[in-house]
Design a protein around this ligand. Structure first.
Ligand code: NI
Length: 181
């Protein structure tokens, strides 16, 4: 199947915890992952969580290599991550602009852990473990939140920094540089 429609904020699937994937390396799982990758590319996102296309499973995809829209961003390895867990490394947090394919055109300033370790499994069920910092860590935290029914505005301490990309950019508040995940 090709790219699928992305559910938007307000759809109940986006606000419910997703279920763990129980079986790896099945045709159904590979087909779902391919749909997610196709959807992420079609929507120009850097990440996508399965609930965003209506599948309430603990499965995310993300990655960004040399995107001309974001030349100053460090690349994020193309990754399929199933049943993920995040452990913060230290207490440091940093703010950054985020967008979400489920909240089109909107941006918000969200604090995230600066350094994390994430673990999980790939499509074949092999363990994945990585340290990540900065933008890479932000993308993983954003996507994992989707699996718990959390959208980025729920992480915002100051809703004055939430709004439409065009207006934020016009106000020179730099919101246009956020990426959608
Ligand atoms: Ni999102």
């Amino acid at each position: 199947m090709p790219a699928r429609p992305v559910l938007r904020s307000g759809h109940p699937t986006l606000s419910r915890p997703a279920k763990a994937v129980a079986e790896f390396n099945t045709p159904q799982l590979h087909a779902l992952i391919q749909d997610m990758l196709d959807t992420m590319v079609a929507e120009n996102g850097v990440g996508l969580a399965a609930p965003q296309i209506g599948e309430p499973l603990r499965l995310i995809v993300f990655g960004m290599q040399d995107n001309p829209r974001y030349p100053d961003r460090e690349p994020v390895p193309a990754t399929v991550l199933i049943n993920p867990r995040i452990t913060p490394l230290g207490d440091e947090q940093e703010g950054g602009w985020e967008g979400c394919l489920s909240l089109p055109e909107l941006r918000g300033w969200v604090p995230r852990h600066t350094h994390i370790v994430y673990t999980g499994f790939d499509a074949e069920g092999r363990p994945v473990e990585r340290e990540a910092s900065g933008f890479h860590a932000r993308v993983v935290q954003h996507e994992c939140d989707h699996l718990d029914g959390i959208l980025f505005p729920q992480r915002m301490p100051d809703m004055r920094r939430f709004g439409y990309q065009a207006e934020l950019a016009a106000a020179a508040d730099n919101g246009a540089e956020a990426v959608e995940a």
